[in-house]
Ligand binder design. Structure first.
Ligand SMILES: Nc1ncnc2c1ncn2[C@@H]1O[C@H](COP(=O)(O)OP(=O)(O)O)[C@@H](O)[C@H]1O
Ligand SMILES: [Mg+2]
Length: 348
């Protein structure tokens, strides 16, 4: 007689092609019933968009239709519920960041807009207010923190955890500290995710009020990995005044929204230049980009940062502006951004 037991026996070796485990063992087969020449069962998928679903259904049919007397096999599709998914894919707690209270990811649509400069100086401004701060360079495509902060040594290890470097009162870690000098690595998708997870999970950040993360530009794997591994991270969006840059920023904002990451606000960099010959700010790169976007998305424009030669030099010399000239006009702007970020974090 053909019964549920026999059906289970017949399909027990059919695997999920991605998880490489038996569908039965994974709990993905349910509601098996046999009536006359007809078998019915339900296949619960990890996602409704599972690219292998047709193949799995075909395999179940092929196996069961071999049974004498069975002429119809109905496979109903459903998806696993949240709890079942959690059991299948237990989330490994990221021990490295478990004692970090707030994560602030500094992001931009494209490179060269001053994201790293802002991440560094906002981190230092937060530390100046008395916060314990870490700074993580997650820009896998162009790690520049080692140069900006004058860090050359590889990190030390302790119990399979990396100890971040300490510089100007903050803890710092960069992929650039893990690779040979001048050696460029071509990071591909899975490697990027792995490297970023490692920087979050395997660095002994310890007790921190803020971990500032310098994200790579754009909307690639690293941004998504961060969004997934630190669901409550907030974002500081950096833009420039030009209209041409806005499309990229929009794409980035849309991505963070999709992952429910809250955007603290926007900072417009290289907004104007004070040349010294006139009091009038010169708007070299046009105007209004930050304002336009902040209105479009209902985000606050936290600051406009001028083109300031000291800011650029600070980046090249290994002594950032918030170290060499914290109370200059531009330094005060960074302090006010830190103020807003801190205020925002308290409201959570
Ligand atoms: N407001 C500014 N005034 C002067 N130079 C700046 C300013 N912002 C950034 N820079 C310089 O522009 C270059 C690119 O900045 P960076 O922070 O590395 O950008 P990103 O991280 O977005 O690629 C660096 O040389 C930096 O020192
Ligand atoms: Mg950068």
């Amino acid at each position: 007689m053909i019964d549920e037991q026999l059906i289970r026996e017949m399909i027990k070796d059919i695997q999920d092609p991605e998880l490489k485990k038996s569908l039965l063992e994974l709990g993905m087969i349910r509601a098996i019933s046999v009536a006359g020449d007809k078998v019915k069962l339900t296949l619960a998928l990890t996602t409704s968009k599972c690219p292998k679903k047709e193949a799995m259904v075909a395999e179940i049919r092929r196996v069961l239709e071999k049974l004498p007397g069975i002429s119809r096999v109905d496979v109903k599709l459903t998806i696993l519920n949240q709890e079942e998914l959690r059991q299948l894919f237990p989330k490994h707690p990221l021990v490295g960041v478990e004692k970090v209270r707030h994560v602030l990811a500094v992001a931009s649509g494209k490179g060269g807009v001053g994201k790293t400069t802002i991440a560094v100086n906002v981190a230092l401004a937060l530390a100046k207010k008395g916060n314990r701060v870490g700074l993580l360079d997650a820009d896998v495509y162009g790690p520049s923190l080692p140069v900006m902060l004058g860090l050359n040594e590889p990190p030390e290890w302790e119990n399979q955890m990396m100890i971040p470097a300490e510089k100007f009162g903050i803890k710092v870690m960069s992929l650039g500290m893990l690779t040979e000098k001048n050696q460029s690595i071509i990071w591909r998708g899975p490697l990027v995710s792995k490297a970023i997870s490692q920087l979050l999970g395997q660095v002994l950040w310890g007790d921190l009020d803020f971990l500032v993360v310098d994200l790579p530009p754009g909307t690639g794997d690293p941004s998504i990995t961060i969004a997934k591994s630190i669901p409550n991270a907030t974002v500081l969006m950096v833009t420039t005044p030009q209209e041409v840059a806005l499309a990229d920023v929009r794409r980035a904002i849309d991505l963070f929204k999709k992952f429910d990451m809250r955007i603290v606000g926007m900072v417009e960099n290289m907004s104007y230049f004070l040349c010294g010959h006139t009091d009038k700010p010169i708007e070299i790169f046009g105007r209004g980009g930050g304002k336009k976007l902040s209105e479009e998305y209902g985000l606050s424009l936290l600051a406009k940062i001028p083109i300031d030669l000291k800011l650029g030099q600070g980046g090249d010399s290994g002594r950032p502006l918030m170290v060499s000239a914290a109370n200059s006009e531009t330094g005060r702007i960074f302090q006010s951004i830190a103020e807003e970020v801190a205020k925002d974090s308290e409201s959570l």
